[in-house]
Design a protein around this ligand. Structure first.
Ligand SMILES: Nc1nc2c(c(=O)[nH]1)N[C@H]1C(S)=C(S)[C@@H](COP(=O)(O)OP(=O)(O)OC[C@H]3O[C@@H](n4cnc5c(=O)[nH]c(N)nc54)[C@H](O)[C@@H]3O)O[C@H]1N2
Ligand SMILES: Nc1nc2c(c(=O)[nH]1)N[C@H]1C(S)=C(S)[C@@H](COP(=O)(O)OP(=O)(O)OC[C@H]3O[C@@H](n4cnc5c(=O)[nH]c(N)nc54)[C@H](O)[C@@H]3O)O[C@H]1N2
Ligand code: SF4
Ligand SMILES: [Mo]
Length: 730
């Protein structure tokens, strides 16, 4: 054994002992014999998976050991630079808290007591349970929750099995309302990566989009470009965010009142005739009705709602108009805030329409992509039942599947029972509001399978846990991205998995075999799959393998470059007045309703991102947790003084329903309004196997017992919880 593999072996053995102590029965069998190491430096291109942005990366091996990960200079998303989380990707591979072998539950659900089994045993068990559910309730009774590109092959297996119930929290807990609001207005989504032309914007308006803490790489790099180009920046946030520190105008709005501000901005722009008249006349539908409906939403009307002075509203409205059409009112991304989010997002779309920014440089471009045909699979069986999440089209504008709709059906058995959940790369206990509802739904299941890389909270409730190889150890589907320029990216393994972990494509294929669905996986190896798809598009797999990226020719992305100004709405125009909304019984032009204020003496709970963490998934990554290993609760300084609390002191948070958090440090600061508190999402882990993160900081998700469902599309507004603070022992 050379000295490097010896060190690695010691590291692995140490991890084994501590994991066993937490109730995991482990054997020596899962410790793989170290393979012969290649000497010197190797560079292997791949793309990152510490979040969903999929930045092109180059992984470096030194003497066969994973050394570092950097941005791939050929990649348009990363432009050669990763965000701090991506740079810490090595820590995902070396994380001692990782899952190591398939596990089957030994005792009650949620007790986290497991038996280690072989892959064959685990997959046979799952397939048998799935067949039993199918025989009793039909294939639709098995649902898949899957977040990120890694789930593509498992989705394929579930479609082949016959279920249409496939969902991700990225719709009803994230960007859904935004895409619905923009679709209702322009006929198209903002999509991901956002089609926002930040780098060419002359005026950039951020309504709660906290770029700089929200580290979506291309957005942050373009934000830096905009700052360097001296774009005028307007930030609206109850908290003085990192983005606010770069702004010309910072508007510390009362949380939940943004729609009032946006209506007042539009009122000024229309009344003062500052909108792009040619654009609105040419492309707009229902402008006169719209103008008349917002005529009462003056800055004076908005002031008592928002706390933003009428003169500031006027001045910022004029500032936006000055730079039109290169004024970008950013649509945000995580916008499931108050339950009226699709209408607020529609108001943002309308403001952009007035400024003429859709389809224009410095506004919203038309994304392009390479043409890589899908794999020619056999046709899927046609499900006998419609999707379960949105019975009778209750949410008429939901164009993706609603996670919480599947959860409701699992709870109630209506419109039909759901008896099996497969969960891939989504920690539902942190991602969905009201964790008790999730736990109750789980109790109604005959099968819960979780595919994860660490023993997360959702894995703790599973019947079967499948340990996946981390992204640096596996292939995933091709990333054929829609972006400002076309490209294809490849994720490929850089290093072996340390234990008995397997890639998702292998899991999906093997499970399909056990289900008698092998005809849906006609390819032998994942590389055959890539070769087939790429050659059908006229591209070389070998070239992609070598560089990690194939770039296409730049194409027109703005109207003035020749993109046709087509709006796939019912009127074929930009809908200032929406007959579809009116017909469905909603406001054709958004109207403001003030949000409820909480119990006296309580503070609205707000949450967001920290630059070095992703959601609830990076807190056992030692490289990233070294930079931040617990969250803090931001409290306005005056309030902290009144409550006798000082920075660094521990408190617990109690919400309106009596739920008490784990302890969390106070950050007393003038950077937040006195009527709210703020914390970074994803901390406060309660799964015992996450030893490095267990009970460090507090979980916003645990305190989000209430949510308001968006009547247009089923999104869950989660900024509607209130807390009080109580001193805790250090
Ligand atoms: N309270 C609250 N709820 C929220 C949010 C919030 O800020 N606060 N944010 C919302 C938003 S914007 C979003 S997009 C969603 C995000 O919701 P999720 O996508 O569920 O995010 P995570 O909590 O990171 O859960 C990801 C899970 O995947 C696992 N994982 C990581 N890498 C891999 C891998 O390579 N393979 C497999 N199989 N598993 C892996 C992680 O260990 C973790 O258990 O949450 C939404 N819900
Ligand atoms: N580092 C890091 N970056 C990430 C992620 C991550 O996990 N880690 N996740 C990515 C994902 S999937 C998403 S969706 C995005 C989410 O990031 P964004 O879409 O940028 O932001 P949100 O999470 O919606 O909102 C958080 C901000 O909104 C403010 N806010 C809260 N309530 C209100 C309000 O009523 N009005 C206004 N104007 N502001 C309010 C908060 O103070 C905070 O600054 O981040 C992405 N980037
Ligand atoms: S934004 Fe950061 S974490 Fe996300 S894919 Fe890019 S480098 Fe990775
Ligand atoms: Mo998100």
């Amino acid at each position: 054994m050379n000295s490097l593999s010896r060190r690695r072996f010691l590291k692995l053995s140490a991890g084994t002992i501590s994991l066993a102590a937490a109730g995991y029965a482990l054997s020596a069998r899962e410790l793989k014999a170290p393979a012969e190491k290649k000497r010197g430096i190797q560079k292997i291109p791949t793309y990152c998976d510490i979040c969903f942005w999929k930045c092109g990366a180059i992984a470096y091996l030194k003497d066969g050991e994973l050394w570092k990960v950097e941005g791939n200079p050929d990649d348009p998303l990363s432009r050669g630079r990763l965000c701090p989380r991506g740079t810490g990707g090595v820590g995902a591979h070396t994380d001692p808290d990782r899952l190591r072998a398939p596990l089957i539950r030994k005792q009650q659900r949620g007790e986290e007591i497991w038996q280690e089994v072989t892959w064959d045993e685990a997959l046979s068990y799952i397939a048998e349970k799935m067949q039993t559910i199918k025989a009793a309730y039909g294939p639709e009774a098995v649902a898949l929750f899957s977040h990120g590109i890694g789930g593509n092959f498992l989705k394929h297996t579930i479609k082949a099995f016959g279920s249409p119930n496939i969902t991700a929290p990225s719709f009803a807990q994230c960007r859904g309302p935004r895409d619905v609001g923009f679709r209702l207005t322009f006929g198209e989504d903002v999509s991901s990566p956002e089609r926002t032309d930040i780098k060419n914007a002359k005026c950039l308006v951020l309504i709660g989009s906290h770029l700089g803490e929200n580290m979506h790489n291309s957005q942050v790099q373009e934000f830096a470009d905009a700052i360097e180009n001296r774009a005028s920046i307007i930030v609206v946030d109850p908290r003085y965010s990192v983005a606010a520190s770069k702004a010309k105008y910072y508007l510390p709005i009362k949380a939940g009142t943004d729609l009032a501000l946006i209506l007042a901005w539009m009122n000024v722009i229309v009344k003062e005739g500052l909108y792009d008249k040619e654009y609105v006349t040419k492309y707009g539908f229902g402008f006169d009705q719209f103008a008349s409906l917002i005529s009462r939403n003056t800055p004076e009307w908005a002031y008592p709602q928002t706390g933003i002075e009428p003169e500031v509203i006027r001045e910022t409205a004029r500032e936006m108009a000055r730079y039109k059409p290169a004024t970008l009112v950013h649509p945000g991304r995580h916008v499931t805030w108050y339950g009226d989010d699709a209408q607020r997002s529609r108001a943002i779309a309308l403001l952009n329409a007035l400024l003429g920014s859709w389809g224009r440089r410095g506004g919203f471009y038309y994304p392009v992509s390479m043409d890589v045909p899908p794999y020619p699979y056999p046709e899927y069986p046609k499900p006998a039942k419609p999707k379960v999440d949105n019975p009778n089209n209750k949410y008429p504008f939901a164009h993706e599947t609603i996670t919480t709709g599947i959860r409701d059906a699992t709870l109630t058995g209506s419109p039909y029972p759901v008896k099996g959940w497969l969960v891939y790369a989504t920690n539902l206990l942190h991602a969905l509001p009201n964790e008790q509802e999730t736990i109750k739904a789980i109790q109604n299941l005959d099968l819960l399978v979780v595919v994860d890389v660490i023993p997360s909270e959702i894995a703790g409730w599973a019947d079967v846990v499948l340990p996946e190889s981390v992204y640096l150890e596996r292939h995933d589907d091709l990333n054929v991205e829609w972006f400002r320029e076309p490209f294809i990216a490849l994720r490929q393994p850089v290093i072996d998995s340390p234990h008995d972990q397997k890639p998702n494509w292998w899991i999906a294929k093997e499970l399909a075999n056990k289900l008698g669905l092998s005809k849906f996986f006609p390819w032998e190896s994942i590389e055959d799959y890539f070769r087939q798809r790429l050659s059908a598009g006229g591209y070389s797999y070998e070239a992609l393998k070598k560089k990690g990226i194939i770039r296409g020719k730049q194409q027109p992305i703005y109207f003035d470059e020749g993109v046709p100004a087509e709006f796939p709405t019912p009127s074929g125009k930009i809908e200032f007045y929406s007959l579809q909304l009116q017909k469905a019984g909603f406001d054709a032009v958004p109207k403001f309703n003030a949000p409820d204020s909480g119990p006296p003496g309580s503070f609205r709970l707000l949450y967001g991102r920290a630059p070095v963490h992703s959601f609830s998934r990076t807190h056992t990554n030692r490289i990233l947790s070294d930079m931040m290993d617990e969250n803090e609760v931001w409290v306005n300084s005056d309030i902290a003084e009144r409550l006798g609390l000082a920075s660094g002191q521990y408190v617990t948070l109690r919400n309106q329903d009596g739920v008490v958090s784990t302890k969390i440090k106070v950050k007393a600061t003038e950077r937040i309004r006195p009527d709210c508190v703020y914390m970074v999402h994803g901390f406060g882990h309660t799964a015992k196997g996450l030893k490095h993160a267990y009970r460090k900081g507090a979980s916003d998700a645990q305190l989000i017992t209430r949510y308001i469902t968006d009547p247009l599309m089923g999104g869950t507004g989660m900024n509607v919880n209130f807390v009080t603070l109580e001193p805790a022992e250090a």
